[in-house]
Design a protein around this ligand. Sequence first.
Ligand SMILES: NC(=O)c1ccc[n+]([C@@H]2O[C@H](COP(=O)([O-])OP(=O)(O)OC[C@H]3O[C@@H](n4cnc5c(N)ncnc54)[C@H](OP(=O)(O)O)[C@@H]3O)[C@@H](O)[C@H]2O)c1
Length: 308
Amino acid sequence: MKTIAITGVLGYSGRYVAAEAVRRGWCVIGLTNSAGRLPNPAGYELRPMPWSTQDNVLAGVDVLVNTYWVRFSYAGKQGGHAAFSHDEAVQNTRTLFAAAQRVGVGRVVHTGITCPDIASELPYFRGKAELEQALAATGLPHSILRPAILFGDTPQESILINNMAWSLRHLPAVATFGWGDYCLQPIHVQDFAELAMDEAERSEPSRIINATGVEAYTFRELWRLLARSMGLWRPILPVPHAVGYMAAKLLGALVGDVMLTRDEIAGLSQNRLAVPGSGLGSRHLSTWLQQHSATLGCKYASELSRRQ
Ligand SMILES: NC(=O)c1ccc[n+]([C@@H]2O[C@H](COP(=O)([O-])OP(=O)(O)OC[C@H]3O[C@@H](n4cnc5c(N)ncnc54)[C@H](OP(=O)(O)O)[C@@H]3O)[C@@H](O)[C@H]2O)c1
C-alpha cells in the first residue's frame, strides 16, 4: 500500500483529500499543528509538521499533498488568537518542501491560487508564486493545483459564500466593491479532492492546473444568485473599495472575526479569482446553493474561531 502525507488533514480541503485517498486505497499520514485541538474522527496517523529542517517526518512517504496556508496575516490578540502571517506560511512551506526533497518523495501535489504573481503587491498572490518557484527548484515531480474559491460540503465550511449569505439574511442591503464586474469561479471541495488524488496518482511530468469550477459568476451575479436561492431580495449597492472595506471591518468586529481584508478585496477586484476558459469538476455551485439554501448563512462562519 502506498503512503500519502497530507498537510491540513484536519482542516477543510485536506480532510476531503484524505477521505478520497482512503477510498482509493492509500495509507494516509496527516501532517498537522493541530493534533489534540481538532477532532480526528477518521483516526489518521498524525505527525507534527516538519518545521525544522532536521525533521524526518516524511520518511517512507510516496506522495505529499500540501494544503497548508494562512488566509491572511494577523497580529494576534493578547489572551486570544495567536498571530500568524503569510511570510511565516511561506517559510514553513519552504521547510516542508526541503523535507520532501531530502527524503526523495515521489511526487508533491501543492495547492496554490489562481493568478499567482511574483510581482504582486498582495502577499497572498506573491507568496503563492514564490512557493511555486520553490517547489520547481526542488526538482521533485509535482502538480500544482490552483483553485479560486472552494465550496461544500457544509455551508459552515464554505466561509466566503456562507458569510455572503449571512450578510443577505441580516442586512437590509449588500454591496459590491466598485461595480462588482470581476469574476469568481468556485470549485466544490470534493471535485478539488478528486483532482488532487488524480494528480497524486500521476507519473507524468510536473504540471500546473487551474482547479477552477464549472461555473463562473461576477461578484454582482453571485450576490443575485445567492439571494435568489434563498428567496430574498436585497439592493446591491456599488460602493468605493474603502467604504466596502470599512463595512466589512465593522461587521468583522461585531462578530469577533476578520470578515474580509483589504488585500482580499484587491485580489477579488483585480479579477484574480477566475481564469477564462478553465473549468473542472462536475459539481455546480448553483445546484449546491439550492440544496443548502435553508441553512446557508443562518450562522456566521468565523475564520478566527477555526484557529482557536
Ligand atoms: N478555501 C478556499 O476557498 C480556497 C480558495 C483558494 C485557494 N485555496 C487554497 O487551498 C488550500 C487549502 O485551503 P483550505 O481552505 O482547505 O485551508 P484550511 O483548512 O483553512 O487550512 C489548511 C491548513 O493550514 C493550516 N492553517 C490554516 N490557517 C492557519 C493559521 N491561521 N495559522 C496556522 N496554520 C493555519 C492548518 O493546519 P493544521 O490543521 O495542521 O493546524 C489548516 O488545517 C490553501 O493553500 C489555500 O490557499 C483555498
